[in-house]
Write a protein that binds this ligand. Structure first.
Ligand code: PFF
Length: 444
């Protein structure tokens, strides 16, 4: 079966797809905020160290597992590790399945806001009612569910067309578009009068804010942002051709992801500062604060529309990668064809997303005091993700070490000068860092 496995059509296409997975809501609505909070430029330096040392190592481990096994995440760990190792693949599958169910809900909000930018949104925001507009929108059961389903239909429509004909083709267009939009928005933002104060808040190094908590935040953000430990990079790795030098691809993906995260802050903080509005993080920032900012700008609806297109593209390309983890499982393990796997899993994930969509005000669906969406987010990102990542590192660091080395160096034909450093990061440094995040993140 592996002989006729689909492959990426080009290196560029693969990098766009992997960067598309990495660049998501995490870059746009979380990175700028935690950077501002934990010491600006000082935090950026720590974050860079974290993604270079730990993030790149784990991504390389995942690509090498996938490319060697040429299977989905569960099958890869079964083939290479046997025994209990498939559980690690399962953790990835479950994470991808659950995260996508609510990620598609949020992507649906972004999609809706592209059009609302020209509807009443600017007028509402100008009247100080951006919050009411957002709360009213997500509490409307029909709209919340309809946009979520629409996103799932788009995701299924792309993924069912295959690796090079669907995922790669769409990401090759969407990712350059995302860069173009972000550059336009930066130019607009930094040329507003008063933008300088925002830049200062975002970037001026303040080493006193670099606490232990800040470093943990950098590690957690790095993992989420690079889409690690969810089976994604194992799955995407399984479609990489044998000629590719994996450490080179990893470098591109990590650089692009970090670049977009950094650039997002250049959009958000200068614009918010120019109008004296405090920028926060998460849904509140993007769906409430930013419309208020855009409403004060000349041609605000246009910039608002551009921003929500940016957000939607970022979320869509990440959603595609989450979905591919589950579809690859359907194809490799359940022996379905791609179309059937896409339809069956798409319907199941869309159904699981409905309680998340409704839990934001339409119907009180709570689990132990958290909304369904927040609970799903907590279990995947705070519990399963760090555990899965620890096991991936232990797997390549201690069990499948020779296999990983042979895979990365193409059986000794290529030189990987950082091998020993990489190995010890996988063996000790990354598991310890992840264990700290895990323990620290267990507060419900
Ligand atoms: N990496 C994406 C982000 O930064 O938003 C989102 C993401 C995609 C997270 C896939 C996790 C994941 F498995």
């Amino acid at each position: 079966m592996s002989e006729n496995r689909e492959q990426w059509g080009s290196k560029f296409g693969f990098i766009m797809a992997a960067a598309g997975s990495a660049v998501g809501l995490g870059n746009i609505w979380r990175f700028p905020y935690i950077t501002g909070k934990y010491g600006g430029g000082a935090f950026v330096l720590v974050y860079l160290a974290v993604v270079v040392i730990i993030g790149m190592s784990v991504m390389l481990a995942e690509f090498s597992i996938g490319r060697n096994a040429k299977l989905d995440a569960v099958g890869s760990f079964r083939k290479l590790g046997g025994g209990v190792w498939p559980i690690v693949g399962w953790m990835g599958f479950i994470c991808a399945f659950v995260i996508l169910s609510y990620y598609a809900v949020i992507a649906g909000w972004a999609f809706a806001y592209i059009f609302k930018s020209f509807g009443g949104l600017m007028a509402a925001a100008e009247a100080g009612k951006a919050a009411d507009a957002f709360v009213g929108f997500i509490a409307n059961p029909v709209q919340a569910v309809a946009y979520h389903i629409l996103v799932m239909v788009i995701v299924v429509g792309i993924v069912c067309k295959g690796i090079s004909g669907g995922i790669e083709k769409s990401c090759k267009v969407l990712m350059p578009a995302l860069f173009a939009i972000i550059l336009i928005l930066i130019v607009r933002s930094v040329t507003l009068p008063g933008a300088g104060a925002g830049l200062e808040f975002y970037l001026k190094p303040d080493f006193s804010k670099l606490t232990g908590e800040a470093i943990l935040a950098a590690v957690g953000q790095g993992f989420f942002s690079l889409s690690l430990a969810m089976g994604i990079m194992v799955t995407y790795g399984s479609y990489i051709s044998k000629d590719e030098y994996l450490p080179g691809s990893v470098r591109y993906v990590v650089c692009l992801d970090t670049l977009v995260a950094f650039l997002s802050g250049l959009v958000i903080f200068p614009a918010a500062a120019a109008f004296g509005i405090e920028a926060g993080a998460g849904a509140g920032l993007t769906f409430i604060t930013l419309p208020a900012v855009f409403a004060k700008m000349p041609m605000g609806s246009l910039f608002s529309c551009a921003f929500f297109m940016l957000l939607f593209i970022a979320a869509l390309t990440s959603a595609i990668s989450l979905f591919e983890v589950t579809v690859a499982y359907g194809i490799d393990q359940l022996k379905m064809n791609r179309m059937k796997a896409s339809l069956v899993l798409g319907v199941l994930i869309a159904l699981l997303g409905i309680p998340s969509a409704l839990s934001q005000g339409a119907v009180p669906i709570n689990i132990a005091g958290k909304s369904f969406l927040d609970a799903a987010d907590f279990i995947t990102n705070n519990v399963i993700m760090p555990l899965g990542a620890i096991f991936i590192c232990i797997f390549v660091g201690w069990f499948w070490t020779d296999g990983a080395k042979a895979e990365i160096t193409d059986n000794g034909k290529l030189v990987f000068p950082m091998y020993t450093i990489w190995l010890w990061i996988c063996r000790i440094v990354a598991p310890v860092a992840l264990a700290l995040i895990f323990v620290n993140g267990l507060k419900w």
